[in-house]
Write a protein that binds this ligand. Structure first.
Ligand code: FAD
Length: 324
């Protein structure tokens, strides 16, 4: 039987998050030649539908409702469940984002489905998906399969390659009406705390600072380097606790989990809880004055030195490369 896999896309500030395209790519592997349907939720959905088709979805179901303007658990759960009831897919894929992490366990309970969360790779073994996910804060990986019922998976951003965009692809885009009622929460206003221009969880390059940066002013230098690189700024909990930056920048076990192509750890010791959030980065560059700092155990490139001497040189060099 041909499989149908539903992808729940994520729209933020009117644009699809990149993880939505990664979820389409994951869904293709799971569908094993079957159909990939993208479901989009929001108050107004325009070009995002066709973008999903250009990036691999076979068709799109869009759900527009005033109560879906901002994410709330109640409204999204109700809307998604109604779409699932219409589509009846064999599998559902979404990003392992704040939204995915919040709604997926609720969907799993309602559907009595097996949920595999934080997936970093998927392979097709005899037509069935086998999911790879990190365990023990990224120190080991396990492979998981759902043996019966609907398969639910959340995928970690920046791990699954997106398909090549093909703007000649066509597919049906259908509007579906849903009923949303008994909301317990209403979003009145969204106040952004993060100052970064690049979204931390999807950034390709991250410049992260720790307690070694020593002050709010020290953190500004990191922002300068990030700007030159088109990177997002992150932080250790040490830096957040010290008040050098906002907690929304914290990376680690109790912060965000990131997998950029390039991660700068500047004045960060490399505590196990920090490594849990960044050790899967593709290339890690550490700057620390202590040659014994554990961050060097995971770093691909290490600079042993005073960050206040190294950082200005790095910023100068990066700016000249960016200009040249
Ligand atoms: P420090 O450990 O103080 O390291 C500062 C580093 O800067 C040192 O290595 C030092 O050599 C270097 N340095 C100082 N001056 C300079 C200089 N001039 N030039 C170059 N290098 C310099 N931490 C997280 O990051 N994320 C989490 O999510 C997280 N969750 C946690 C959850 C729990 C339950 C617990 C118990 C802890 C958690 N922590 C987390 C805290 C973690 O254990 C560490 O305390 C924290 O990561 C340390 O931050 P840091 O590396 O910035 O500071």
């Amino acid at each position: 039987m041909e499989k149908k896999v539903l992808v729940i896309g994520e729209i933020r500030d009117g644009a699809l998050r990149n993880v939505s395209f990664e979820a389409v790519s994951a869904a293709k592997t799971i569908a094993d030649g079957g159909e990939v349907v993208a479901a989009l939720f929001g108050d107004v959905i325009c070009e995002q539908s066709i973008e999903m088709i250009h990036n691999g979805a076979d068709r799109v179901v869009k759900v527009e409702h005033a109560d879906l303007k901002s994410y709330t658990t109640d409204a999204y759960q109700q809307a998604i469940l109604q779409v699932l009831d219409i589509e009846k897919p064999e599998a559902v894929v979404m990003g392992h984002t704040a939204i995915g992490k919040d709604v997926s366990p609720r969907l799993a309970v309602k559907l009595n489905a097996g949920l595999v969360s934080d997936v970093v790779a998927i392979e097709n073994v005899d037509g069935e998906p086998v999911f790879t996910r990190p365990i023990y804060s990224g120190k080991a990986y396990e492979k998981k399969q759902v043996e019966e019922g609907v398969v639910l998976a959340t995928i970690r951003p920046n791990n699954i390659l997106v398909l090549e965009t093909d703007s000649s692809r066509i597919g049906e885009i259908r509007s579906v009406q849903v009923e949303i009622k008994n909301l317990r929460t209403v979003i009145k206003e969204v106040v952004r705390k993060s100052t970064g221009k690049v979204d931390l969880s999807e950034a390709k390059i991250i410049v992260s600072g720790g307690r070694g940066v020593k002050s709010i002013e020290g953190f500004k230098a990191l922002e300068e380097l990030a700007e030159a690189l088109g990177a997002a700024v992150g932080a250790s909990r040490g830096a957040c606790d010290a008040g050098y930056c906002d907690y929304s920048l914290q990376i680690g076990q109790t912060g965000k989990v990131v997998t950029p192509d390039l991660y700068f750890a500047i004045g960060i010791s490399g505590a196990i809880q920090h490594l849990a959030g960044m050790s899967n980065s593709k290339v890690i560059v550490a700057i620390n004055k202590d040659p014994e700092a554990p961050i060097f155990d995971v770093a691909d490139y290490g600079i042993v030195g005073d960050l206040f001497e190294v950082l200005p040189l790095l910023i100068k060099e990066m700016k000249s490369v960016a200009v040249g």
